[in-house]
Ligand binder design. Structure first.
Ligand code: NAD
Length: 362
């Protein structure tokens, strides 16, 4: 038997035991075709298995720097080799009727280039978070999608997770009163050099990569609103040689129009994974808060214990297919991705100016 490469082995492992769901009775609507752009860790470990579970979408192509890797994916998912593209041949996607959506899973600073190329090929786009590394790039992505009449959504998987849906419902219905105090954050200890610690490709440090989850959760708890002001400070680096041009740890406060405040932290040196929101009549706490599964959620009324589907990403991708079919704006739209980039900009600006309060206008 042919020896599997490391990439093929990882893909085989990720797909093990993931059967297609049984077909429902009656004619199912035709699935939309998706192409993954970037076949790294997240595409292999999370999106490939999710695309074996999606009901409305199937993987029909890839965009990759490695043709050999593309061939392994073509074999694993049963699509033709003509549907393997390079980053420099994305314009040819325009001729491929099998592919409706491109899912951009490359390093952050490349999301604009790949999103814009997909949009000009006439494909709807999911861009991974963060949407880009600047508001100007978000604007360019939005413009390209508008001009080409394609939809844009951001890979905010937790917006579809049942516990976070419940957080949004609580914020809307006010069971615990308005959430006036929030806290938490996300951190992990980076041990190997990678693009995430290079400003050119990542746009920033853990704030772009991990802090964005806490920022998203805070906006959910605030009923979908953006904060009106930010204060932030970067902590001294413990490994300055490792984090030469990005922050290692940053803390920030978000102030909302109703007086609510959230204080958060993110780092590439630590193990924080928590989100708490306190209302006038109760509280909710997620710990762990931001993982692909196994979230633990307690409230002042007891644990939530909600049933969760096997893949957050399958739900996220299927919802985008629904938006395309019904011609709706995605609930995780490009506008939301841009909003978060405006907030991230304000956090960096405040930290750079010694913690000055920065007003946020989205
Ligand atoms: P990764 O390093 O594992 O994969 C990146 C891929 O991009 C690789 O296949 C690499 O070959 C390719 N690539 C193309 N051009 C490149 C270049 N110039 N330099 C470096 N790599 C290049 O990264 P990942 O963990 O898969 O992350 C990819 C994106 O997905 C990031 O934007 C990240 O924020 C996002 N992500 C999202 C989640 C989530 O939960 N939503 C989780 C992990 C990653």
């Amino acid at each position: 038997m042919r020896q599997l490469s490391a990439g093929a082995a990882a893909l085989a492992l990720a797909l093990r035991g993931r059967a297609q769901p049984a077909a429902a009775a009656g004619p199912a609507p035709k699935k939309l075709g998706i192409a993954l752009c970037g076949l790294g860790g997240y595409a292999t470990g999370q999106l490939a298995p999710a695309l074996k579970l999606t009901e409305n979408v199937e993987l029909r192509g890839v965009i990759t720097g490695s043709r050999a890797k593309g061939q392994q994916w073509a074999q694993a998912f049963g699509f033709p080799e003509k549907s393997i593209y390079g980053y420099d041949t994305m314009a040819r996607l325009a001729d491929n009727k099998d592919i409706d959506i491109v899912y951009v899973v490359t390093p952050n600073a490349l999301h604009p280039e790949h999103t814009i190329a997909a949009a000009w090929a006439g494909k709807h786009v999911i861009s991974e978070k963060p949407m880009a590394t600047s508001v100007a790039d978000c604007n360019a992505m939005l413009t390209a999608c508008r001009l080409n009449k394609v939809k844009l959504s951001i890979g905010y998987r937790l917006q579809f997770e049942p516990n976070f849906r419940e957080l949004k419902r609580l914020a809307r219905d006010g069971d615990f009163g308005a959430f006036m105090t929030m806290s938490g954050g996300l951190s992990f200890t980076m041990t190997k050099p990678q693009w995430r610690a290079e400003k050119k490709l990542a746009g920033g440090g853990p704030l772009m990569d991990l802090g964005i989850y806490a920022l998203q959760a805070a906006c959910m708890a605030a009923g979908g609103d953006a904060p009106v002001a930010i204060t932030a400070r970067e902590l001294p680096k413990k490994r300055p040689e490792f984090f030469r041009d990005v922050e290692e740890t940053i803390e920030w406060t978000m102030e909302f129009a109703n007086g609510a405040k959230g204080t958060f932290s993110t780092s590439y040196n630590g193990g924080l994974d928590r989100f708490r929101a306190e209302g006038t009549r109760g509280w909710i706490e997620f710990a762990p808060a931001f993982q692909y599964g196994g979230l633990k959620v307690a409230t002042s009324k007891g644990p939530l214990n909600l049933a969760v589907p096997p893949s957050q990403q399958a739900g996220q991708i299927d919802d985008f297919a629904r938006c395309i079919r019904e011609d709706l704006e995605s609930p995780v739209s490009g506008a939301m991705g841009r909003r978060d980039m405006v907030i991230i900009d304000a956090i960096y600006k405040s930290a750079a100016q010694g913690g000055r309060r920065i007003e946020v206008t989205v």
